[in-house]
Design a protein around this ligand. Structure first.
Ligand code: ATP
Ligand code: MG
Length: 181
């Protein structure tokens, strides 16, 4: 048994959901739901997404303190234009930076940001600098595969989803409403 870790007062956490298994975005949405139950102000920015109509876009209408905004035009591999992806990512980050600095939110979900960073569409150090500048009590959650090492080092909590089985991989079952979108 090691020495007892001294307890600290609550603070705004940086939480990262990464890995190859399903559940990263839905885990972040689960946290948003939990926070909303306490009347906390939540912003969900969805990098890359935009081509599909996700159930969460309509669900948040029932949650008065939650705002959600898709920033992209679909998955990056659907197009062959990295420059356009980079432009959209930068444009999205302007919104993220504003949200991080205004103090208007208690929880900010940056969905698929890990993925954007792993593709080099945004500068990791610049992103981390903006995340560090947020109010002390503001929680930030990032999701997506391939979270870069710098982000993992900075995070307070990292969960890696492990793909033990996936219905598409083993059975070819395609995306279904309420499960994938
Ligand atoms: P979800 O949005 O369901 O929580 P996710 O955020 O963990 O999934 P992403 O990496 O964002 O997953 O991938 C988006 C889509 O790919 C999801 O709809 C998911 O069902 C599917 N997916 C996730 N993991 C796998 C896998 N290991 N094999 C095949 N498809 C997957
Ligand atoms: Mg996801």
């Amino acid at each position: 048994m090691g020495a007892e870790i001294p307890r600290k007062t609550p603070k705004g956490l940086l939480i990262v959901f990464t890995g190859e298994g399903k559940g990263k975005t839905t885990a972040a949405l689960g946290l948003a739901l939990r926070a909303a139950g306490h009347g906390m102000r939540v912003l969900i920015l969805q990098f890359i997404k935009g081509s599909r109509h996700y159930g969460e876009l309509d669900a948040v209408r029932h949650l008065p303190t939650v705002t959600i905004e898709p920033l992209g035009t679909g998955f990056t591999w659907e197009k062959d234009d990295l420059e356009e992806d980079r432009r959209l990512a930068r444009q999205g980050w302007v919104k993220a930076r504003e949200a991080l600095t205004t103090g208007k939110y208690d929880l900010i979900v940056l969905d698929e940001l890990n993925y954007v960073l792993s593709y080099g569409l945004l500068d990791v150090e610049g992103v981390l600098a903006d995340i560090r500048r947020r109010p002390a009590e503001c929680h930030v959650v990032t999701t997506g595969r391939g979270a870069p090492a710098e982000l993992l080092r900075e995070a307070d909590c990292v969960t890696e989803m492990l793909a033990v089985k996936h219905h598409y991989r083993e059975q070819g079952i395609r995306a279904q409403k309420g499960i994938e979108f």
